[in-house]
Every structure is written in structure tokens, then in C-alpha cells.
Ligand binder design. Structure first.
Ligand code: NAD
Length: 476
């Protein structure tokens, strides 16, 4: 089954589909046909957003929020179709895709309700008969660039706070997964979002994304994707003094201590490492174990890994979908091969059939091996022995990345010590590194993030607004 998508510019669906994206589970099936935008498409989208922004900013926030709430209900009525399309374009299992679509719906509801929330503050004035208060103002036109691994949730958690805050938007979804974002946009348009408030341009990152980042009219850019691309965008945006938010790669660590139940620790690590085919920025990819638990934990982890049954995400019984593309598979297999060259052993997995890579556990890994340092972005986890908690914590932190980190222990003191000292934007004790509620702030530190504004949760709108301070004298 093939879905055709188009750009959305000034309220019109436009552009001839010229690019095919194949279903990663069924190489013979074209899942998506999409147009490929260029600089002139981006220019038209930004112009449409520029034309629409003032009227949208002047629309009362509750009315903006109401459109998000209606879009949530529309998306809910299309839940199964959208989830199946997501599986066909990205590959994750139907259960995972259903969860992701539900997340997008809940994000629209959360920020839709935000339209009614208190914003701004009132301050006492040092001058008599004077009121002083602040109000958040929208930035204007904002650009959003999103990756393929959460093709509807990430566009939703950027779009919803941007729109409810009164900005107009140009969204550039990942080339591999243009359908899910289109479903989201269609729900918003059909719920009454005025023409030009949301525009979508499909195409290559180096063309469409770069043009969006470079345009002076785009006041802010929120990007999720690789560290390499993010850092390049940071330079472009900083040079023209525009606001930028980057959420990037990770090399998320888990520390398993002797007092942990090895079976519980293995279940927790496996969920974080192999769920979503390991293609989550928050995926567990290196596990440090103290000597008393290492053997039992590794044995239990191998058993957990072997429970993951690769297959088409739409097929009954599949618990791990294909990796997203041949290029990603190549990265995954090269990382495994390099690990073995450096002395690692494959305890289970390591083999691919088509794009189906079985859940892979590497043992005999050292902290300075490439597989313990560089992001893989596949279902591959490395187990590394450490002497004790102190060494484990030091190695968890010895990484250029800092997105998520986890600890498995029953020791409350160490749990709190780890929570306080782990250098990661999200710390999980006895819970998988993946998975976060939508009402809490999300983001990383170090090379995982721009370390400025957090996404999701009550502060997500901060990135999309600036604060104006107003004095009103009432003694005339
Ligand atoms: N921290 C997070 O919240 C988070 C969430 C999901 C994914 N990720 C990261 O995303 C990466 C995987 O996603 P990906 O492969 O789609 O990343 P990517 O960086 O290749 O692409 C992300 C987006 O940027 C665009 N892009 C590529 N080159 C560009 C350029 N020169 N200028 C402007 N835009 C450009 C792409 O077209 C895509 O839309 C992983 O590193 C993962 O860790 C991070």
C-alpha cells in the first residue's frame, strides 16, 4: 500500500511526488511517495507563514488551543490508520506505533488546554498607581526540523507549544518518514487552523533544512536529530542571532550494582535497549556491572534479548521491527564488527536478515572501545565490568553525551547519590532509560542538547515566546 504526501504551503497541498520510500519490512513495497522541495519551496512556505503570523498571534490563546483539542479528537478517530501508516514508513511494531500516535494525541490535548492557562506575572511596583506585569509574546515564524524515529510524536511535541503560543510554523519532517507528520498536519488543518499558520516542506535536510535555518525571517529553529547536523545548525542560527533548540544524540548508560535482582535489571535494560528497535535517542547502549552481578545479569540479558522476535511490525507476534534503512543497518553491523575487532564477543544476536537485525548483546567490551563511546542507534548493547559504584558512576559520566542514564539498585542512598551526580538530562532509577511522560521536561546535557530550553512539560512554551514587561500608570 502506497501513501502519497505533498507539501503544505499557505493552506494548499502542493508538489509532485518524485521520491519513493520503501517499507523497511517489505523492500518491494513503496510505502510513501513524496515531493522533494528546494530553496524556492522553502521561500514560499516561509512567506506564507510570515503572512499568517500576525492574525494568528492576535487570535485568543483559548481559541488557538481549541483547534489543537479538536485536532486531537480527529487524530483519535484515525488512530488505527495513522498507526499502520507509521509502521509502514518507519518500521516499529504496531503496538509501539499505537503508543506513539496516542502520545501525539495527548500532546495536542495537553497544549490545547494550555490555551486556558495563566501566563505572565504581576509584580509590585515601586511607583504609586502603577501596575507592572509581563506577557509572553510569540516569536513569529519558527522552523521545526524533525528526525525519522518518532515521526509523529516529535513533530507534535514541537508543533503544539509553538502553535498555542501564537507562532506560525514551517515544519521539515525527515525524508524517510513524511506520512506521519502529514496526518498530524491534516488533523490541524481540518480542525480550522488558518492557512499559512502551519506549512510543511518535504525533502533533503541539506537543501530544505539548510534553507530553513538560513532564512532571516525564521526567528527560531527547534531541531531534533544527530549531533553532527545539530552542531552545524547551531553555527548557522547563532551567526544570525536567532534562537535555537537542539536535541541530539546519546550514548545512554546503565549501571547495575551487586544488590540488584539480575532478572529485574535485565528486563529493565532490555526494554531500554531493544524496544523501538533500539532506535530511540534515549536507548540504553552501554551497561556497567559490578563483579558480583555481571555473570547472572549477562545471562539474564541474553535470555531477554532472545525473546525479541524480529519481523514486520504489522505482523502478529513481532516484538522488534526492522531497522529503518540499509544505511542504518550498515552502521549497526559495522559497529558490531568493529567491537569484535577490538576484543568484544557477541553473546547473542549480531546477525541480520534483510533489515531485521536481532537484538544484540556484546560482552568483553572495554570502556574505551568505539562501541562504548559512539552512538549506534540500533538494537545493540555493550556490557562492561567495573570494580564498584564509584568507578561505574565515573564511566557513566565519561562521555561527550548526556541524555539519559540509569541505575539498578535497592540501595536508597546510592540511588539518590546517582540521581544527584549522573550527568544526564534524565535519570532513571530501576526504570528503563527510554520513555518519559509528556508533562515533564525532556532534554539532555553536553553534546546531547543545546542545554537551553527544555521540550515538553510546563516549560515547553518558553522556547516559543519572549517575555515583555509592561508598566501601566493609572493616575490620569
Ligand atoms: N535528543 C532527542 O530528543 C532525540 C530524539 C530522537 C532522535 N534523536 C537523534 O536523532 C538521530 C537520528 O535521526 P536522523 O538520522 O533523522 O538525524 P539527522 O540529523 O540525519 O536528521 C534529522 C533531521 O535533520 C535534517 N537534516 C539533515 N541534514 C541537514 C542539514 N544540513 N541542515 C538542516 N537539516 C538537516 C534531516 O532531513 C532530518 O529532518 C540520532 O542521533 C538520535 O539520537 C534525538
Amino acid at each position: 500500500m502506497t501513501t502519497t504526501v505533498q507539501h503544505l504551503i499557505g493552506g494548499e497541498w502542493t508538489g509532485d511526488p518524485v521520491r519513493d520510500r520503501h517499507n523497511p519490512a517489505r523492500p518491494g513495497e513503496v510505502a510513501v511517495r513524496a515531493p522533494a522541495g528546494d530553496e524556492s519551496t522553502v521561500d514560499a512556505a516561509i512567506s506564507a507563514a510570515e503572512d499568517a503570523r500576525r492574525a494568528w498571534a492576535a487570535t485568543p490563546a483559548p481559541a488557538r488551543g481549541a483547534i489543537l483539542l479538536d485536532a486531537a479528537e480527529l487524530l483519535r478517530s484515525r488512530h488505527e490508520t495513522v498507526a499502520a501508516d507509521l509502521v509502514r514508513e518507519e518500521g516499529k511494531t504496531l503496538a509501539e506505533a499505537r503508543g506513539e500516535v496516542r502520545r501525539a494525541i495527548d500532546v495536542l490535548r495537553y497544549f490545547g488546554a494550555h490555551g486556558w492557562q495563566r501566563t505572565g506575572d504581576v509584580f509590585p511596583s515601586s511607583t504609586p498607581d502603577t501596575s507592572v506585569f509581563t506577557r509572553p509574546e510569540p516569536l513569529g515564524v519558527v522552523g521545526l526540523i524533525t528526525p525519522w524515529n518518532f515521526p509523529i510524536a516529535i513533530p507534535a511535541w514541537k508543533l503544539a507549544p509553538a502553535l498555542v503560543s501564537g507562532n506560525s510554523v514551517v515544519l521539515k519532517p525527515a525524508e524517510l518518514t513524511p506520512v506521519s507528520a502529514t496526518h498530524l498536519a491534516a488533523a490541524l488543518v481540518e480542525s480550522g487552523l488558518p492557512a499559512g499558520v502551519l506549512n510543511i516542506v518535504h525533502g533533503k535536510g541539506s537543501v530544505v533544512g539548510a534553507a530553513l535555518a538560513a532564512d532571516q525571517r525564521v526567528r527560531a529553529l527547534s531541531f531534533t536529530g544527530s549531533t553532527e547536523v545539530g552542531l552545524r545548525l547551531h553555527q548557522t542560527l547563532s551567526a544570525r542571532r536567532a534562537r535555537v533548540q537542539l536535541e541530539m544524540g546519546g550514548k545512554n548508560a546503565y549501571l547495575v550494582l551487586d544488590d540488584a535482582d539480575p532478572a529485574v535489571a535485565a528486563r529493565t535494560v532490555a526494554a531500554g535497549a531493544f524496544g523501538l528497535t533500539g532506535q530511540a535517542c534515549t536507548a540504553t547502549s552501554r551497561v556497567y556491572c559490578t563483579p558480583g552481578v555481571r555473570a547472572a545479569f549477562t545471562e539474564a540479558l541474553v535470555k531477554e534479548a532472545e525473546r525479541f522476535s524480529p519481523g514486520d511490525g504489522l505482523a502478529e507476534g513481532t516484538t522488534i521491527g526492522p531497522v529503518v534503512s540499509a544505511a542504518q543497518l550498515d552502521t549497526d553491523l559495522s559497529a558490531i564488527e568493529r567491537a569484535c575487532e577490538q576484543g568484544a564477543s557477541v553473546a547473542t544476536g549480531g546477525k541480520a536478515d534483510g533489515l531485521f537485525l536481532s537484538a544484540t548483546v556484546l560482552t568483553d567490551v572495554a570502556h574505551d572501545h568505539d562501541v562504548a563511546r559512539n552512538e549506534v542507534f540500533g538494537p545493540v548493547v555493550a556490557v562492561i565490568q567495573v570494580d564498584d559504584y564509584d568507578e561505574g558512576l565515573a564511566l557513566v559520566n565519561d562521555s561527550p553525551y548526556g541524555l539519559t542514564a540509569g541505575l539498578c539498585t535497592r540501595d536508597l542512598t546510592l540511588a539518590h547519590h546517582f540521581a544527584a551526580h549522573a550527568e544526564a538530562g534524565v535519570v532513571k532509577i530501576n526504570r528503563p532509560t527510554t520513555g518519559l511522560d509528556l508533562n515533564v521536561p525532556f532534554g539532555g546535557v553536553k553534546c546531547s542538547s543545546s542545554n537551553t530550553f527544555r521540550e515538553q512539560g510546563p516549560t515547553a512554551t518558553d522556547f516559543y515566546t519572549w517575555s515583555k514587561t509592561i508598566y501601566v500608570g493609572h493616575d490620569q
